[in-house]
Design a protein around this ligand. Structure first.
Ligand SMILES: NC(=O)c1ccc[n+]([C@@H]2O[C@H](COP(=O)([O-])OP(=O)(O)OC[C@H]3O[C@@H](n4cnc5c(N)ncnc54)[C@H](OP(=O)(O)O)[C@@H]3O)[C@@H](O)[C@H]2O)c1
Length: 435
């Protein structure tokens, strides 16, 4: 039997403890699949006394993950602490500097420092594996990096945050408000006490920035991503979407356009019959469109201890199977030094269909004024529906446009707002083409 692969795990929380448990419970299977045992040789966390529901007494304990990365007798450093600075960054750098393979689930870290860390890994000839960092248990990194060789990606998009999808699914299924859904999600442990990071789209943006690099061979730049969260989605939007044959999903989308690479995270109307519209609850999905394959959709559990551990263990197993001296493929599919700066497509040039919901005063001339603003901006309408006025003297006008640009829609809605007929801010939701 070949020598054991010695693993050091820094971070024994939801994911880290699950990884340690899977490695303990699946020893025989992993040894058979990898041709050598995988041994947890060292661990680090904040609190040494905490019960991790796995026997780690044979592993060396380190209070400091950087010391683990530098001093422990290990082949692989597994970073499961989280955060884009501090101990996560310092320990990953320390491990790579010593020529140790690294496995991480940390999208925040890769989104910010991925290219520099990939350069270090490639220069040292070691692996930096991060399957769990995007869409948890779904093997999207391997698919994009390995299975799609030769394909040119035109668009990649997905439901990348389970908390948002859970909230939107329940809002639609049960007719309850965003705030009530969020409270339930927090009670059930699907949402953090401070949910801003998830619901305002930051988490999706981190994951999307990694997918963009893999799709287009570009440098990672999360700061370029246009971002809107789901906190202003109301029951009125959900109901109107359903009437029009759409469902609202928070999508991350990266696509190649004539004006550059477009990266955006926002609530999106997708046709109710599309495959991605059937992805409910905390489930994640990633759609990849390429010239050779066409459209591929992967869906599955995007978070949680076991699902994420599945991806982390897969990454560790790949290292166990790799042969010494074998040249590893580049971290982001292209050598990190060749990842290109790119032309960023501005959101104003985004082209697509739009849903616009207006709450207006019930008086003559309003409808004509809205139609005029649309026509003045060359926006052609697929449908326009007005609901009869309520007791409050307000009515709702819902417009669905044919393909137009973001710039035209912004100008038209600014004009309608200036006309003084609205009683509320216009609600604009982009429509996404999906098969
Ligand atoms: N949870 C998921 O479903 C999921 C899914 C995909 C990716 N991820 C990613 O996986 C990573 C870990 O997430 P998680 O949910 O497992 O986090 P978590 O439950 O908060 O666990 C974090 C772990 O890091 C340890 N830690 C924190 N600061 C430390 C320090 N200075 N030195 C040593 N250890 C330290 C903590 O120790 P104590 O336990 O002693 O406090 C804890 O064990 C993150 O990058 C996250 O984005 C998570």
């Amino acid at each position: 039997m070949a020598e054991a692969l010695r693993v050091g795990i820094a971070g024994l929380g939801t994911v880290g403890a699950s990884v340690a448990r899977v490695l303990a419970h699946k020893t025989a299977e992993l040894t058979r699949q990898c041709g050598r045992p995988i041994e947890v040789a060292a661990v680090s966390a904040r609190s040494r006394g905490k019960d991790r529901q796995v026997d780690l007494s044979a592993a060396a304990w380190f209070d400091d993950p950087v010391a683990l990365a530098e001093q422990a007798d290990i082949d692989v450093f597994v970073e499961l602490i989280g955060g884009d600075e501090g101990p996560a960054l310092a320990s990953v750098k320390a491990a790579l500097a010593r020529g140790r393979h690294v496995v991480t689930a940390n999208k925040a870290l890769l989104s910010r420092h991925g290219v520099a860390l990939a350069e270090m890994a490639e220069q040292k000839g070691v692996l930096l594996n991060y399957e769990a960092a995007v869409a948890g248990g779904i093997p999207v990194i391997k698919t994009m990096r390995e299975a799609l060789a030769g394909n040119s990606v035109t668009r990649v998009f997905g439901i990348l945050n389970g908390t948002c999808n859970y909230i939107l699914t329940r809002m639609e299924a049960e007719g309850i408000s965003f705030d009530d859904c969020l409270k339930d999600a927090q009670r059930l442990g699907y949402a953090e006490a401070d949910p801003t990071f998830d619901i305002e789209g930051h988490d999706t943006a981190h994951k999307l920035s990694i997918l963009t690099a893999l799709a287009f061979g570009t440098r990672i730049s999360a700061g370029d991503i246009y971002m809107e969260g789901i906190s202003n989605i109301s029951q009125a939007d959900i109901r109107a979407a359903a009437e029009l044959g759409y469902r609202i999903k928070l999508l991350g989308v990266a696509q190649r356009t004539e004006s550059g690479i477009e990266q955006r995270v926002h609530p999106t109307m997708v046709p109710t019959a599309s495959v991605i519209a059937q992805v409910h609850g905390v489930t994640n999905a990633v759609a990849i469109e390429t010239d050779i394959l066409g459209e591929l959709l992967l869906s599955g559990p995007g978070a949680g201890g076991n699902a994420t551990a599945s991806a982390v263990v897969g990454d560790i197993a790949d290292i166990a199977k790799s042969r010494p001296g074998f040249q590893h493929g580049p971290v982001f599919g292209w050598p990190a030094k060749q990842l290109k700066p790119y032309k960023r497509a501005l959101m104003r040039s985004h082209a697509g269909g739009y849903f616009i919901r207006l709450t207006v005063l019930d008086r003559t001339g309003v409808f004509a004024a809205i139609a005029k603003r649309m026509a003045d901006n060359d926006i052609s309408l697929e449908s326009i529906v007005q609901h009869s006025a309520g007791a409050d003297g307000q009515k709702t006008v819902i417009l669905v446009t044919h393909e137009t640009t973001e710039a035209a829609v912004r100008k038209a809605t600014d004009g309608i707002t200036k006309d003084g007929h609205l009683t509320d801010k216009p609600q604009v939701i982009r429509i996404e083409r999906a098969g």
